[in-house]
Design a protein around this ligand. Structure first.
Ligand code: IFM
Length: 739
């Protein structure tokens, strides 16, 4: 089954890291051609904002970006996008008037390191200026997890062969944009008691942002301080006389508030710094302590495979960092807060791939993410109504309001006519994915408040949608769901996508169970919902009928589930004959070409076994695995696929395949397997990776009666340990190889 797995030189980690390296990602040389990939990998987020790992001093062609949860602005393509916020990073160093940059002078040594345990990014550089002065530079930064409105940078310089003037300029740069759009009007900037500030507002959505920065230089007594008043780019300047061999340092502390958190964002940002009784070290300690707290539960320990250990931690670091802590009106997009791709929209990636990690290890964060779906129900209702249906139809791509924001057309590279994107119209399974996530959360946590007050409404109103969307086919005596896109987006506008239909059947059955539970346990809430959602006896009867008679066959002879009506008649292509290749099959055959074949971009029917494992027997899983896995574009199709295949390979007892798919998911970003990490990390792949480790290799099963684990790790793993909450209790699996 082996398809080409690109094994270019491991870029951002040593190919065989030592156990100590497994908490670190290291870049030991700077390659300008890979700077955007590095920016994504070295993103620091804190549940409020995420800042790409661009350099403080800038670099030609860089993509510095800070995305703040919930700060969307109008966009030409995709209606709305997370607006790249004014850049808080700028921290320039002038050595006797010569500006430090990696593209000037000589870089004698370079090392960048992400300490994932403490959430710290450091860079050490030995640099010789064009005039021949040599300095050692050490820069450390973090986005505080302890106080999500604060970010900080410490900058240390040691002159090695001269005495002279060192100057720092710490700025807030309002002249930023997304790649194709400018989002900010500058309302003002200035300086107050040594603090520089910038006040800006998104052009379309009118969200004000206040940012302030304080520069401290040590030794304080000897420094000269002033501010540069550039329009939209205020900078605090500190100048000091440095002596050969003696390190001197500066600290930049930044505060960030938007109108979403304060009606006076500018004042709040300034006052935050004025009232801050502590400096960098204290903030750093609080931040690192907070990270430790999350790792205590969420870490996964793998011994015997340091590369896997490092990759899993790298992924979990990004997931934990991106999850909103104090805001239930936002969620996590496919790139988390690390890149421009998908414009910060929210997909099923969150509920199906990432959420299980949060539900089981940080349930309060999972709750926030589910509440986002509750708050966006009005948008889902508008979508259903606009399409002529009842109930709630979630957006395939969702942003601040829950209205559909998938672009209907996108430009096609190198071609004149744009491409029609059907997912926003027709990728309907998202509504059941959200319902499924609520149900999984409820099963694992027993959070009755969430289910009764919010989750039930999600499950029931999306069921109402399905009741109106399913069509009765009198000739065939069955309900059908026509003209949809399933998870495998190489095929659009198909009828009776098996994944969608089987999931809808589960959804309608579950909705009935939720209704019965509500009536029994929360009758007042049941009455209120019945009135609000217009639930009547006929509604439940319809759900039961659709669930029973929906077209969702499993071939009784072969056990195969046909992906959609007529899939088996499409052209069968032997993918092995298309190796090696460096592009997806869609690129090679064209959008229309691949649509005519049986090639899959990502698991579709197989997703049923990933999500609804208990509903199918082992024979059905095996038959469908044997059919679909070889027809899937593993290397260049969707990044969502490999982790799913890894988990399923564990289920059917194919350890080598499980490990190969695991590696493909694990190295997705660290090896830049698809060549697009520059656009942001692959958050769904990470969520899937955690599931592959815990449910696949760890063999964890959650059932009504309790949990069990029958680990089946790769042969070379010596230990696999993880923790999770089940029904409020912290549990642990700690498997060690005998002997
Ligand atoms: O949600 C996915 C989809 O399944 C495949 N295309 C990319 C989307 C965002 O990751």
């Amino acid at each position: 089954m082996s398809q080409h797995l690109p094994r270019e030189a491991a870029l951002y980690h040593s190919p065989s890291p030592s156990p100590a390296d497994t908490w670190r990602i290291t870049e030991s040389a700077f390659a300008p051609t890979r700077q955007h990939t590095g920016e994504s990998l070295f993103t620091l987020s804190n549940g409020h904002l995420g800042t790409r790992g661009a350099f403080e001093e800038g670099y030609p062609g860089d993509w510095p970006a800070t995305f703040i949860h919930g700060i969307y602005d109008d966009a030409l393509i995709g209606c709305t996008e997370l607006a790249n916020a004014p850049n808080w990073l700028p921290f320039d160093l002038l050595v006797e008037g010569e500006r430090f940059r990696l593209d000037h002078g000589e870089v004698l040594s370079y090392r960048r390191e992400l300490d994932m345990f403490h959430g710290l990014l450091t860079r050490t550089v030995r640099w010789r200026s064009p005039a021949g002065r040599t300095v050692d530079i050490a820069i450390e930064r973090f986005a505080s997890l302890a106080d999500p409105h604060l970010c900080a940078i410490r900058y240390e310089v040691t002159p090695l062969d001269f005495d002279g003037a060192i100057e720092w300029r710490a700025g807030l740069n309002g002249h930023v944009g997304n790649r194709d759009t400018l989002h900010w009007d500058i309302l003002g900037h200035g300086e107050r008691h040594g603090i520089v500030w910038l006040h800006s507002r998104t052009r379309g959505t009118g969200i004000e942002l206040g940012q302030a920065a304080r520069l401290t230089v040590a030794p304080a007594g000897e420094s000269e301080r002033f501010c540069l008043d550039c329009n939209g780019y205020p900078q605090a300047v500190g100048r000091v006389r440095a002596r050969r061999g003696q390190p001197i340092s500066a600290e930049k502390i930044v505060s960030v508030f938007s109108l979403r958190e304060s009606p006076e964002a500018r004042i709040t940002a300034i006052e935050k710094l004025q009232g801050l009784g502590v400096g960098y070290d204290n903030l750093r300690a609080a931040h690192a302590g907070e990270w430790e707290k999350y790792w205590r539960v969420s870490d996964v320990v793998i011994e015997g495979d340091d590369e896997a250990q490092q990759a899993v931690r790298f992924g979990l670091f990004h997931l934990l960092a991106a999850a909103p802590r104090h805001d239930e009106w936002v969620s996590i997009g496919p790139k988390a807060l690390s890149g421009f791709a998908y414009r910060g929209h929210v997909f099923w990636d969150t509920e199906i791939f990432m959420l299980p990690f949060f539900t089981l290890t940080q349930p309060e964060l999972a709750r926030n993410l589910l509440m986002y779906r509750y708050h966006t129900l009005p948008g889902a209702r508008r979508k259903a109504a606009a399409n002529g249906f009842e109930g709630a139809q979630y957006a395939w791509e969702s942003a601040d309001t829950g209205d559909e924001v998938t672009p209907a057309w996108v430009p096609r590279r190198n071609q004149r006519e744009p491409v029609r994107i059907w997912t926003g119209d027709l990728e309907l399974h998202i509504s059941s994915d959200v319902a499924y996530a609520v149900w999984q959360y409820w099963q694992a946590t027993g959070d009755e408040v969430l289910l009764a007050n919010y989750g039930a409404e999600i499950i029931l109103d999306t069921a109402v949608f399905w009741g109106s969307r399913a069509e009765w086919n009198a000739d065939k005596g069955r309900y059908e769901i026509k003209d949809v896109v399933g998870p495998d987006e190489y095929h659009d506008r198909v009828n009776n996508n098996a994944f969608t239909n089987h999931l809808v059947r589960w959804h309608l059955e579950t909705a009935q169970a939720v209704w019965r539970w509500l009536e029994q346990n929360h009758p007042a809430r049941a009455d209120a919902l019945a009135a609000k959602l217009k639930l009547q006896t006929q509604t439940f009867a319809l759900w039961a009928d659709v669930a029973t008679r929906l077209c969702a066959p499993v071939d009784p002879v072969t056990s195969l589930i046909e992906q959609f009506d007529g899939y088996f008649e499409r052209r069968d292509v032997n993918l092995a004959e298309h190796l090696p290749r460096a592009a997806s099959m869609q690129v090679l055959l064209g959008i229309e070409g691949v649509n005519q074949t049986q090639i899959l971009k990502q698991p579709d029917a197989l997703m049923l076994f990933f999500m609804l494992r208990d509903r199918y027997d082992a024979r059905t899983l095996r038959a469908n695995w044997d059919y679909y896995a070889p027809r899937t574009d593993h290397a260049y199709g969707s990044s969502l696929g490999p982790a799913v295949h890894s988990l399923l390979a564990c289920e059917i007892g194919e350890p080598e395949a499980a490990y190969e798919h695991f590696r493909r998911a694990a190295q997705a970003d660290l090896d830049d397997v698809r060549g697009n990490t520059a656009d942001g990390i692959h958050a769904a792949s990470i969520g899937g990776l955690w599931q592959a480790v815990v449910f696949g290799f760890g063999g964890l099963r959650l059932a009504r009666e309790g949990w069990t684990a029958t680990p089946r790790p790769p042969a070379h793993w010596q230990r696999l340990a993880f923790r999770f909450y089940y029904r409020g209790k912290l549990e642990e699996v700690d498997w060690r190889r005998d002997g």
